[in-house]
Design a binder for this molecule. Structure first.
Ligand code: SF4
Length: 376
C-alpha cells in the first residue's frame, strides 16, 4: 500500500479497497449485514465496506448492553458531503439501541495543528457543525459533544499515551510528520478511548465510524488500548470504514482542501446546481460512444451523489447504475436529475438546521455541565 493512500491528513483518494483489507487486516462488512434488522443505506449499498470488531457492537445491541459511538469533526469549515457520511453512520448506530451513546469530539487541536485556525475561530464553526448533525438526526439526549482543547480527560489520556509510544512507532503509522500532528493523533486516541473511563461507566464496546483513510488513527488507538489494558481495562475500539466520495473534479477525495470541487451542506441550491452541472463524470466523449459502451459509474462523482446520499432507495441506485452502464442514460440528464434531488434535500436541511442553532448551543452547554460533573 502506498503510504499516501492512507494519509489521514491528505487529499488523495483510495484506488483499491481490496488491498486495504489484505494489507491492513480490515475485515469485510458484507458477512455481518444480515445481522442488522434494517441496514442503513451505507451498509446495504456496500459504501461501508470494512470493519474491525463490528460484531462486538452488534452483540451489544442484540443483548441490550451499553456501547458508545465515537466520532468527531475537524472544525475548519462547513460540513460537506464527505463528513456527512461519518455523521450518517454515527446517527444510524446511535439509533440502533437506547443503550448507545454518542461521544462527538470537535477536533480543534487538530484544526490548529493542521490548518492553523485559532481556537476562537474553531469554536464558532463548531456550533454550526453541531446544528448540522442535529438536523441529520442525532438524538441530543444520548450525545456528549465537546471541544477537544477543553476536555482535560482527553488531554490527560493523550499525555499518558505519549509515554507509551516512540517516535519510530508514530513514524511507522503516519510517516514523517510535524510534532503537532503526532500530538493531535495522541489526543485523538484519547477521544476514542475516553468513553471507556470509569467516569463514563468503564470499559465498553466503542464504535468509530470513519473514512478508510483514517485507519492509521484506529490502529494507533487499538494499539494503545492493548498497551494500557492492565491500567484502564480498555477494550480495543471497533471501527467501520466507508468508501471516500470522489470530489466533483473526479480526482481526489471530497475534502475541504479543494473547495471548488466540494459540495457543502451550506451551499445554496443554485450554487450546488452550478457545481454539479460543471462536474467531471464517468461518461464517454460522445453520445454515440456512451450509447455503445455505456458510462463508468465507478469513477463518476455524480453516481456517488446518488449512491452515497441522495437516491430515493436502493432500487433507485441500481436503476441509475444499470442505465448508465448500458448507455441508456446520458450524463446531462443524469446531472439534471441529481440537481433536483440535491436542491430538494438542501432546502429541507437548511430549514431544519437553522431551526436547530439554539439546540446546538443547548447541547454544547449540557455536555459541558455533564463532563464537569464527571470530574477533571
Ligand atoms: S450517466 Fe450519470 S452515473 Fe453514468 S457516467 Fe454519466 S453522470 Fe455518471
Amino acid at each position: 500500500m502506498v503510504k499516501g493512500e492512507l494519509d489521514p491528513w491528505g487529499t488523495g483518494s483510495i484506488k483499491d479497497y481490496g488491498r486495504l483489507q489484505s494489507e491492513f487486516g480490515i475485515e469485510p462488512v458484507a458477512p455481518l449485514v444480515s445481522r442488522f434488522k434494517t441496514p442503513s443505506p451505507h451498509l446495504s449499498r456496500g459504501i461501508d465496506f470494512g470493519q474491525r470488531d463490528l460484531a462486538r457492537i452488534i452483540d451489544a445491541v442484540e443483548k441490550n448492553k451499553s456501547y458508545a459511538v465515537m466520532s468527531g469533526i475537524k472544525p475548519t469549515g462547513d460540513f460537506h458531503l464527505g463528513t456527512k457520511m461519518t455523521a450518517d453512520d454515527m446517527v444510524y448506530f446511535q439509533s440502533l439501541s437506547k443503550k448507545g451513546t454518542v461521544f462527538y469530539a470537535v477536533a480543534d487541536v487538530e484544526a490548529y495543528a493542521d490548518n492553523g485556525l485559532s481556537f476562537e475561530q474553531t469554536s464558532k464553526i463548531a456550533m454550526r457543525n453541531v446544528a448540522d448533525i442535529l438536523a441529520l438526526g442525532l438524538d441530543p439526549d444520548r450525545a456528549v459533544v465537546y471541544l477537544q482543547s477543553e476536555e482535560l480527560k482527553v488531554m490527560r489520556l493523550g499525555t499518558v499515551f505519549s509515554r507509551g509510544v516512540t517516535n519510530n512507532m508514530l513514524r511507522a503509522i503516519y510517516g514523517e510528520r510535524q510534532i503537532g500532528l503526532y500530538m493531535s493523533a495522541l489526543y485523538q486516541a484519547g477521544d476514542i478511548l475516553m468513553p471507556q473511563l470509569a467516569e463514563f461507566g468503564g470499559p465498553k464496546p466503542v464504535l468509530v465510524p470513519v473514512g478508510a483513510d483514517q485507519d492509521p488513527h484506529i490502529r494507533l488507538a487499538r494499539d494503545l488500548a492493548a498497551r494500557y489494558h492492565d491500567e484502564y481495562g480498555f477494550i480495543p475500539p471497533s471501527s467501520l470504514y466507508h468508501r471516500l466520495m470522489i470530489s466533483l473534479g473526479g480526482t481526489d477525495k471530497m475534502s475541504k482542501r479543494s473547495e471548488s470541487t466540494l459540495l457543502t451542506l451550506e451551499d445554496q441550491p443554485k450554487d450546488a446546481s452550478r457545481k454539479i452541472m460543471a462536474a467531471y463524470t464517468g461518461g464517454r466523449d460522445t453520445v454515440e460512444e456512451q450509447r455503445r459502451l455505456g458510462g463508468r459509474p465507478e469513477i463518476c462523482p455524480i453516481y456517488d451523489l446518488y449512491s452515497f446520499h441522495f437516491a430515493r432507495d436502493d432500487d433507485h441506485v441500481s436503476t441509475v447504475r444499470t442505465e448508465c452502464t448500458k448507455g441508456v442514460r446520458l450524463c446531462g440528464e443524469c446531472k439534471q436529475e441529481a440537481v433536483g434531488l440535491v436542491k430538494t434535500w438542501l432546502d429541507e436541511h437548511h430549514r431544519k438546521r437553522d431551526a436547530m442553532m439554539n439546540d446546538a448551543k443547548d447541547l454544547l452547554a449540557k455536555s459541558r455541565r455533564y463532563l464537569a460533573s464527571t470530574g477533571k
